[in-house]
Write a protein that binds this ligand. Structure first.
Ligand code: AMP
Length: 215
Protein backbone atom coordinates (compact mmCIF):
# COMPACT_ATOMS: atom_id res chain seq x y z
CA UNK A 1 0.00 0.00 0.00
CA UNK A 2 1.21 3.48 -0.93
CA UNK A 3 -0.69 6.04 1.07
CA UNK A 4 -0.58 9.81 1.51
CA UNK A 5 -2.18 11.24 4.62
CA UNK A 6 -3.06 14.78 3.70
CA UNK A 7 -4.26 17.67 5.84
CA UNK A 8 -3.32 20.70 7.91
CA UNK A 9 -0.99 20.49 10.90
CA UNK A 10 -2.78 19.04 13.92
CA UNK A 11 -5.48 17.04 12.15
CA UNK A 12 -4.03 13.76 13.44
CA UNK A 13 -1.98 12.56 10.45
CA UNK A 14 0.87 11.41 12.68
CA UNK A 15 -1.38 9.55 15.12
CA UNK A 16 -3.22 7.76 12.32
CA UNK A 17 -0.01 7.04 10.39
CA UNK A 18 1.45 5.28 13.45
CA UNK A 19 -1.65 3.06 13.82
CA UNK A 20 -1.68 2.22 10.11
CA UNK A 21 2.04 1.57 10.12
CA UNK A 22 1.79 -1.06 12.86
CA UNK A 23 -1.36 -2.59 11.37
CA UNK A 24 0.00 -2.93 7.83
CA UNK A 25 3.70 -3.41 8.66
CA UNK A 26 4.84 -0.56 6.42
CA UNK A 27 6.79 2.54 7.54
CA UNK A 28 5.40 5.95 8.42
CA UNK A 29 7.47 8.54 6.62
CA UNK A 30 7.03 11.80 8.48
CA UNK A 31 9.13 14.54 6.89
CA UNK A 32 8.54 16.68 10.00
CA UNK A 33 10.01 13.93 12.25
CA UNK A 34 12.94 13.47 9.84
CA UNK A 35 13.68 17.19 9.88
CA UNK A 36 13.40 17.42 13.67
CA UNK A 37 15.86 14.52 13.94
CA UNK A 38 18.22 16.39 11.57
CA UNK A 39 17.94 19.52 13.74
CA UNK A 40 18.57 17.46 16.88
CA UNK A 41 21.72 15.86 15.47
CA UNK A 42 22.83 19.19 13.95
CA UNK A 43 23.38 17.64 10.52
CA UNK A 44 23.88 19.86 7.44
CA UNK A 45 20.19 19.44 6.63
CA UNK A 46 19.25 20.27 10.22
CA UNK A 47 21.29 23.48 10.13
CA UNK A 48 19.49 24.58 6.97
CA UNK A 49 16.02 23.63 8.23
CA UNK A 50 16.10 24.87 11.84
CA UNK A 51 15.18 28.53 11.51
CA UNK A 52 12.66 27.89 8.70
CA UNK A 53 10.86 25.35 10.87
CA UNK A 54 10.86 27.58 13.92
CA UNK A 55 9.15 30.30 11.89
CA UNK A 56 6.51 27.81 10.70
CA UNK A 57 7.60 28.18 7.07
CA UNK A 58 8.32 25.43 4.54
CA UNK A 59 11.76 23.95 3.97
CA UNK A 60 12.79 24.43 0.28
CA UNK A 61 11.48 21.86 -2.18
CA UNK A 62 14.90 20.74 -3.44
CA UNK A 63 15.96 19.71 0.07
CA UNK A 64 12.66 17.93 0.71
CA UNK A 65 12.82 16.05 -2.59
CA UNK A 66 16.32 14.82 -1.82
CA UNK A 67 15.18 13.45 1.55
CA UNK A 68 12.14 11.68 0.11
CA UNK A 69 14.00 10.22 -2.85
CA UNK A 70 16.51 8.58 -0.57
CA UNK A 71 13.96 7.47 2.05
CA UNK A 72 11.44 5.71 -0.22
CA UNK A 73 14.15 3.60 -1.83
CA UNK A 74 15.19 1.99 1.44
CA UNK A 75 14.55 -1.70 2.02
CA UNK A 76 11.71 -1.18 4.53
CA UNK A 77 9.61 0.56 1.82
CA UNK A 78 9.47 -2.49 -0.43
CA UNK A 79 5.88 -3.36 0.60
CA UNK A 80 4.71 0.25 0.63
CA UNK A 81 4.80 3.30 2.90
CA UNK A 82 2.69 6.04 4.44
CA UNK A 83 3.60 9.64 3.73
CA UNK A 84 2.79 12.03 6.57
CA UNK A 85 3.53 15.71 5.87
CA UNK A 86 4.69 15.22 2.27
CA UNK A 87 3.98 16.51 -0.37
CA UNK A 88 3.23 20.04 0.84
CA UNK A 89 3.62 21.98 -2.42
CA UNK A 90 2.65 21.39 -6.05
CA UNK A 91 6.29 20.95 -7.18
CA UNK A 92 6.76 18.34 -4.42
CA UNK A 93 3.65 16.47 -5.64
CA UNK A 94 4.77 16.57 -9.27
CA UNK A 95 8.28 15.39 -8.53
CA UNK A 96 6.93 12.64 -6.31
CA UNK A 97 4.72 11.35 -9.15
CA UNK A 98 7.69 11.36 -11.51
CA UNK A 99 9.77 9.49 -8.99
CA UNK A 100 7.04 6.88 -8.41
CA UNK A 101 6.78 6.28 -12.17
CA UNK A 102 10.54 5.99 -12.48
CA UNK A 103 10.69 3.47 -9.63
CA UNK A 104 7.71 1.59 -11.16
CA UNK A 105 5.63 2.00 -8.01
CA UNK A 106 1.81 2.09 -8.01
CA UNK A 107 -0.36 5.20 -7.71
CA UNK A 108 -1.01 6.62 -4.26
CA UNK A 109 -4.22 6.49 -2.33
CA UNK A 110 -4.59 9.96 -0.79
CA UNK A 111 -6.72 10.47 2.30
CA UNK A 112 -7.41 13.98 3.48
CA UNK A 113 -8.25 14.50 7.15
CA UNK A 114 -10.14 17.70 7.98
CA UNK A 115 -10.57 19.44 11.32
CA UNK A 116 -11.87 23.01 11.98
CA UNK A 117 -9.10 25.58 12.59
CA UNK A 118 -10.36 26.38 16.11
CA UNK A 119 -9.91 22.72 17.09
CA UNK A 120 -6.48 22.56 15.42
CA UNK A 121 -5.32 25.56 17.44
CA UNK A 122 -6.70 24.00 20.63
CA UNK A 123 -4.99 20.68 19.90
CA UNK A 124 -1.59 22.04 18.90
CA UNK A 125 -1.32 24.56 21.71
CA UNK A 126 -1.79 21.74 24.23
CA UNK A 127 0.43 19.22 22.41
CA UNK A 128 3.74 17.87 23.65
CA UNK A 129 5.92 15.35 21.85
CA UNK A 130 8.69 12.93 22.69
CA UNK A 131 11.98 14.43 21.58
CA UNK A 132 13.27 10.96 20.63
CA UNK A 133 10.42 8.98 19.05
CA UNK A 134 7.92 11.74 18.21
CA UNK A 135 5.02 10.23 20.23
CA UNK A 136 2.24 12.78 20.88
CA UNK A 137 0.83 13.80 24.26
CA UNK A 138 -2.19 16.04 24.91
CA UNK A 139 -3.26 17.40 28.27
CA UNK A 140 -6.89 16.31 27.76
CA UNK A 141 -6.70 12.97 25.94
CA UNK A 142 -3.25 11.53 26.60
CA UNK A 143 -1.40 13.57 29.25
CA UNK A 144 2.38 13.37 29.55
CA UNK A 145 3.56 11.58 32.71
CA UNK A 146 4.67 13.80 35.62
CA UNK A 147 8.36 13.02 35.03
CA UNK A 148 8.04 14.04 31.33
CA UNK A 149 9.58 10.74 30.17
CA UNK A 150 8.00 9.12 27.13
CA UNK A 151 5.91 6.03 28.01
CA UNK A 152 7.01 4.38 24.75
CA UNK A 153 10.76 4.97 24.60
CA UNK A 154 11.71 6.83 27.80
CA UNK A 155 12.83 9.93 25.83
CA UNK A 156 12.25 13.48 27.06
CA UNK A 157 8.82 14.97 26.42
CA UNK A 158 8.99 18.56 25.13
CA UNK A 159 6.82 21.26 23.59
CA UNK A 160 7.64 21.77 19.89
CA UNK A 161 9.05 25.22 19.23
CA UNK A 162 6.50 25.76 16.46
CA UNK A 163 3.50 24.77 18.63
CA UNK A 164 2.80 28.29 19.95
CA UNK A 165 -0.34 30.17 18.93
CA UNK A 166 1.42 32.68 16.65
CA UNK A 167 3.40 30.04 14.74
CA UNK A 168 0.41 27.68 14.57
CA UNK A 169 -1.57 30.45 12.84
CA UNK A 170 1.32 31.02 10.43
CA UNK A 171 1.48 27.29 9.65
CA UNK A 172 -2.26 27.27 8.95
CA UNK A 173 -1.90 30.27 6.61
CA UNK A 174 0.93 28.56 4.75
CA UNK A 175 -1.15 25.39 4.57
CA UNK A 176 -3.99 27.29 2.89
CA UNK A 177 -1.66 29.08 0.46
CA UNK A 178 0.82 26.40 -0.52
CA UNK A 179 -0.45 22.99 0.54
CA UNK A 180 -4.19 23.02 -0.02
CA UNK A 181 -3.75 23.41 -3.82
CA UNK A 182 -2.03 20.00 -3.77
CA UNK A 183 -5.45 18.50 -2.99
CA UNK A 184 -6.68 19.28 -6.52
CA UNK A 185 -3.69 17.45 -7.90
CA UNK A 186 -4.67 14.21 -6.14
CA UNK A 187 -8.39 14.68 -6.74
CA UNK A 188 -7.62 14.68 -10.46
CA UNK A 189 -5.60 11.49 -10.14
CA UNK A 190 -8.49 9.54 -8.47
CA UNK A 191 -8.12 7.47 -5.29
CA UNK A 192 -8.72 10.63 -3.24
CA UNK A 193 -10.90 10.54 -0.13
CA UNK A 194 -11.74 13.13 2.48
CA UNK A 195 -12.78 12.27 6.04
CA UNK A 196 -13.44 14.21 9.23
CA UNK A 197 -10.71 14.11 11.85
CA UNK A 198 -12.93 15.81 14.39
CA UNK A 199 -13.76 12.53 16.13
CA UNK A 200 -12.19 9.99 18.48
CA UNK A 201 -8.89 8.54 17.21
CA UNK A 202 -10.47 5.09 16.88
CA UNK A 203 -13.41 6.37 14.85
CA UNK A 204 -11.12 8.28 12.46
CA UNK A 205 -8.99 5.16 12.11
CA UNK A 206 -12.02 3.05 11.19
CA UNK A 207 -13.06 5.62 8.59
CA UNK A 208 -9.61 5.38 7.02
CA UNK A 209 -9.80 1.57 6.94
CA UNK A 210 -13.18 1.83 5.20
CA UNK A 211 -11.74 4.08 2.50
CA UNK A 212 -8.72 1.82 2.07
CA UNK A 213 -11.00 -1.19 1.60
CA UNK A 214 -12.47 0.53 -1.48
CA UNK A 215 -9.17 0.16 -3.30
P1 AMP B 1 5.21 18.70 10.70
O1 AMP B 1 5.80 17.90 11.79
O2 AMP B 1 4.69 17.86 9.56
O3 AMP B 1 4.17 19.68 11.20
O4 AMP B 1 6.40 19.57 10.06
C1 AMP B 1 7.09 20.51 10.85
C2 AMP B 1 7.81 21.50 9.96
O5 AMP B 1 8.77 20.81 9.15
C3 AMP B 1 6.95 22.26 8.98
O6 AMP B 1 6.30 23.38 9.55
C4 AMP B 1 7.99 22.65 7.92
O7 AMP B 1 8.79 23.71 8.37
C5 AMP B 1 8.86 21.40 7.86
N1 AMP B 1 8.36 20.43 6.86
C6 AMP B 1 7.87 19.18 7.10
N2 AMP B 1 7.52 18.57 5.97
C7 AMP B 1 7.77 19.46 4.96
C8 AMP B 1 7.59 19.44 3.54
N3 AMP B 1 7.07 18.38 2.92
N4 AMP B 1 7.96 20.54 2.84
C9 AMP B 1 8.50 21.61 3.45
N5 AMP B 1 8.68 21.72 4.78
C10 AMP B 1 8.33 20.64 5.54
Amino acid sequence: MHLILFGAPGVGKGTQAKLLSSNFGIPQISTGDMLREAVRTESELGKKAKSVMEKGELVPDDLMLGIIKERIQREDCKKGFILDGFPRTIPQAKHLSELMTKLELPAFVCIEITVPDSEIIRRLSSRKICHSCGADYHSATNPAPADNKCTICGGNIITRRDDNVETIQKRLDIYREQTEPVKKYYENLNHFYSISGNNEVKQVYEEILKKLSLN
